[in-house]
Design a protein around this ligand. Structure first.
Ligand code: TLP
Length: 345
């Protein structure tokens, strides 16, 4: 039996229709600026986000790291929310590539103006210069939480008033928009640069984009090249992203429903703490108060469900286009059984 894979929304495989779009894509050498499909994707993303320009890059990690290079100088400090991807999951790149240090505002990923202000350094030369705020929406480690627009605006307006640039890691901004009804453009307006991923909930195999003002994005083209991310006939990949935007964006609400199903199915399982009210989108964080994550992951695998951990006693389940309603229901039962089986006696 094929396991139900809830480890991430990155695990989806391109559908036959997406593969068809990739196979028939018109391509050229994008290093020469000659790939029409990449250009079309960049135009479309800039338009959706209301930014002057967008740049296609291989990964969300590269999009974030280009943004850090654009907005900071070595020795600067960057304010982030707790558990932000560019601090936790990018192999130390912020320090290695931009030479910046990170200051964490608030807990759980979201934060407010006072928590931001507490992390902005006064302007003395012996202190690091606080030059950038990075916000993540939805917040991955926070359990796919949506950073609500009003709160996000308050925080980013304050950052700007204090002279900070703002980068929005919108790897799952599509989910934030689908869940909240706020437009992509309204979310994107809160930031100078925005990164988005096509390879998460949208279901494309590869690719992300960085969007922002034209002058910054011109510098980003050079940085992408430096980092080895300038590609050739990448229209094959851009075609998948365009297909995903066109055909697989509107269904994200289904993933959110399935995440709710999963969360509600696990409510009341002894040893598991899940709050469906805190599941805003397609990510369900499950706190374990009995067993630790590793044996539960192993038992769930035996029962046909793949799941990951984000801490020794925290599981993460992510719904996506390869998880049907029926699979989400089955997965909840199997996970509940795995947690029960692993209870300390
Ligand atoms: N997140 C992955 C893992 O790296 C944790 C996942 O499975 O969720 N920003 C955010 C908010 C992300 O969640 C991710 C990927 C990225 C950036 C990086 O994207 P890629 O993997 O394309 O470099």
């Amino acid at each position: 039996m094929v396991p139900i894979d809830l480890r991430s929304d990155t695990v989806t495989r391109p559908t036959p229709a997406m593969r068809q779009a990739m196979a028939s894509a018109e391509v050229g050498d994008d290093v020469y600026g000659e790939d029409p499909t990449v250009q079309e994707l960049e135009r479309r993303v800039a338009e959706l986000l209301g930014k002057e320009r967008a740049l296609f890059v291989p990964s969300g990690t590269m999009a974030n790291q280009i943004a850090l290079l654009l907005h900071t100088r070595r020795g600067d400090e960057v304010v982030i929310g707790e558990g932000t991807h560019c601090a936790e999951y990018e192999s130390g790149a912020a320090a290695a590539l931009s030479g910046v240090q990170l200051a964490v505002a608030g807990t759980g990923g979201l934060f407010d103006v006072a928590e931001l202000e507490a992390k902005i350094r006064p302007g003395a030369y012996w202190l690091p210069r606080t030059s950038l705020l990075v916000v993540e929406n939805t917040h991955n480690r926070g359990g796919g939480r949506v950073f609500p627009l009003a709160r996000l605006r308050a925080v980013t307006d304050h950052a700007r008033a204090r002279g900070l640039a703002v980068h929005l890691d919108g790897a799952r901004l599509w989910n934030a928009a689908a869940a909240s009804g706020v437009s992509l453009e309204d979310f994107a307006r809160t930031a100078d640069t925005v990164s988005v991923c096509f390879s998460k909930g949208l279901g494309a195999p590869v690719g992300s984009a960085l969007a922002g003002p034209r002058d910054l994005l011109e510098r980003a083209v050079r940085l992408r090249r430096m980092l080895g991310g300038a590609m050739r006939q990448s229209g094959v990949l851009a075609a998948a992203a365009l297909f995903a935007l066109e055909h697989q964006r509107a269904r994200l609400a289904e993933d959110h429903d399935h995440a709710q199903l999963l969360a509600r199915g696990l409510q009341g399982v002894p040893g598991a703490r899940v709050d469906p009210a805190r599941v805003d989108t397609n990510i369900v964080n499950i706190e374990l108060d009995g067993p630790s994550a590793e044996p539960v992951i192993a038992r769930a695998r035996e029962l046909g469900v793949l799941i990951s951990s984000i801490a020794p006693r925290f599981l993460r389940a992510v719904t996506h286009l390869d998880v049907s309603r029926e699979a989400a229901t089955r997965a909840a039962a199997a996970l509940g059984a795995a947690i029960t089986d692993c209870q300390p006696r």
